[in-house]
Design a protein around this ligand. Structure first.
Ligand SMILES: Cc1cc2nc3c(=O)[nH]c(=O)nc-3n(C[C@H](O)[C@H](O)[C@H](O)COP(=O)(O)O)c2cc1C
Length: 512
């Protein structure tokens, strides 16, 4: 026997009475005219936004005035709502579901003493693959285990079970749902759960497992992840699912959520330019004359771009070259206002023109510039000296050498650490802020590669620096500003043929 789940519209969807249009289904994104529906059909839809009912109860309500003739239309509508992720499914315990019906019969108004569900499935995707038919009956001797993507967290005063591999969130009514999730860390049968956790009824366990299984929060003992799924790590899949549209009903895009709130909670946006503290000694950088660079043709630069991890120690990169490189890659060209936020224009593209990326230049061997860590000011085209050469900076350099599989005792001539002032983007964008920063980093990397190639320098992007160490090095709060990427730079070796494209690369005859 399948468990009778109680269906309701998800929060934010309701039937309202418009004085001109009549009954309307209001959703956060649209309004649907319902005025042509029969009174009993309309009553069943109203029920979905007012306490809910089981599918059988709703069907009865819809047929009350129109008879069987109403059924196909009602099921068409319901299936559509389910597919659009508009329907929630609540699991009530046997006694409380009787109470729930009794309390509804006693009063048509919603009462606060109404029992809360043991668990409630709330779709998190805009289009879902599960339907009431997926909530198949679960046998008590069937084994299940929690998906490695599922996790519990507190949200709005209640615990929720979520998973980037699921198209729904499960709201837990009390601690027993959490206890079941904990026990399902290892495969368990429903029967074992009943013995393990007191105060549970067999139908509740069956209904809960059916709910979890239908959305992929638990897997049957003999179920396996696909090959593609196996190669996803938990954090990567969560980041992907939550920063793209589709598997989330969260707002995605620019919402300025810290501007549009009550004064006491509002936060001012960070300035376009990160201020350089007065204590930092400044170094003015030479400005190149862009008209007289005599650049190589664009296609030639593009086609010869490559990563170079060795340098010419006899003729290291110079301050003039570093100045030209930074000016052409990352200076600020202009400042302007867009949607009440100060923005800027730079040579590389940046989402929303926020320009959160900050360049810190660790200098080991640059002619005309002392060793140490500097911050680049894109407005004044100057360096601010953050600190001199010390053990911690040496660690940063040695990590970079290690990443290029080089002798760690030979640091890159220059290491550019790209840090992000996270709030520059997070103040404006919701759901996608960090993803946007990584995309911006890609745009900056390619710009730096092309400028370095054009200048005959040795560039190489790096993938995994130490963000904790970097926050310590610049004395910042980890959550406010730290590294998200690195880039090594130096003078190119005299004979590039000695520098393999990648240290571990073995050529493959791909045309064979
Ligand atoms: C995001 C990113 C991260 C990278 N991380 C590293 C790294 O940690 N170590 C390294 O030696 N090269 C790194 N590289 C360079 C790549 O290995 C290189 O771009 C790739 O092998 C292609 O070679 P090419 O740049 O010479 O065309 C990285 C490149 C990018 C774009």
């Amino acid at each position: 026997m399948t468990t009778p789940f109680v269906l309701t519209f998800r929060p934010g969807i309701s039937v309202v009475d418009d004085p001109e249009q009549g009954a309307v289904l209001e959703t956060p994104r649209s309004r649907l005219d319902l005025s042509h529906l029969s009174p009993s059909f309309l009553a069943s839809l109203r029920q979905l936004s007012d306490g809910g009912a089981t599918e059988a109860e709703l069907t009865q309500m819809a047929m009350a005035s129109g008879g069987f003739g109403e059924l196909p239309k009602f099921h068409f509508f319901l299936t559509k709502f389910v597919r659009l992720g508009s329907i929630c499914y609540s699991l009530y315990e046997a006694d409380s579901s009787t109470e729930r019906v009794a309390s509804k019969r006693a009063s048509s108004a919603r009462v606060s003493s109404e029992p809360s569900p043991f668990a409630k499935l709330v779709p998190s995707a805009r289009s879902v693959a599960f339907s009431p038919k997926s909530f198949a009956a679960v046998a008590l001797d069937q084994g299940f285990r929690l998906s490695r993507f599922a996790y519990c967290r507190s949200d709005g005063g209640r615990m929720v079970l979520e998973s980037p591999a699921a198209q729904a969130t499960i709201e837990l009514g009390d601690w027993r749902g959490g206890a079941i999730a904990t026990a399902l860390g290892q495969a368990q049968t429903g029967q074992a759960l009943l013995e393990m956790i007191p105060m549970l009824k067999a139908e509740t366990v069956q209904g809960f497992l059916s709910l979890l299984h239908s959305v992929g929060m638990v897997l049957a003992e003999d179920e396996c992840e696909s090959e593609a799924q196996r190669q996803w790590e938990f954090h990567d899949l969560l980041f992907h699912a939550r920063s793209r549209q589709g598997r989330t009903q969260q707002v995605v895009g620019s919402t300025y959520r810290f501007r549009e709130v009550e004064d006491s909670d509002s936060i001012a946006p960070l300035p376009v330019i990160r201020p350089q503290p007065q204590a930092w000694e400044t170094v003015a950088l030479p400005v190149p004359d862009l008209e007289s660079l005599g650049d190589r043709p664009f296609t030639e630069v593009l086609e010869s771009r490559r990563s170079i991890r060795t340098y010419n120690p006899e003729a290291p990169i110079t301050l003039v070259q570093l100045g030209e490189f930074l000016y052409r890659s990352a200076r600020m060209r202009q400042m302007f206002q867009m949607e009440k936020m100060n923005c800027s224009d730079r040579p590389y593209p940046g989402g929303g023109a926020c320009y959160e990326l900050e360049l810190y230049i660790a200098v080991h061997n640059c002619e005309g510039l002392d060793q140490g860590l500097y911050h680049y000011c894109p407005e004044k085209h100057q360096l601010g000296r953050v600190r001199g050469w010390d053990g911690e900076l040496e660690q940063l350099m040695s990590d970079a050498s290690h990443a290029t599989r080089k002798d760690e005792s030979v640091p890159p001539q220059v290491l550019i650490t790209v840090a992000s002032r996270f709030a520059r983007v997070a103040w404006k964008y919701e759901s996608i802020a960090y993803a946007l920063m990584l995309k911006n980093l890609g745009g900056l990397y390619q710009t730096m590669y092309l400028v370095a190639t054009s200048m005959g320098l040795a560039p190489c992007a790096l993938g995994a620096g130490n963000a904790d160490l970097f926050a310590q090095l610049i004395g910042s709060e980890y959550y406010a500003e730290t590294s998200i990427g690195e880039f090594t730079l130096g003078s190119a070796p005299a004979d590039l043929a000695d520098e393999p494209k990648l240290m571990m690369m073995e050529p493959v005859d791909w045309e064979a």
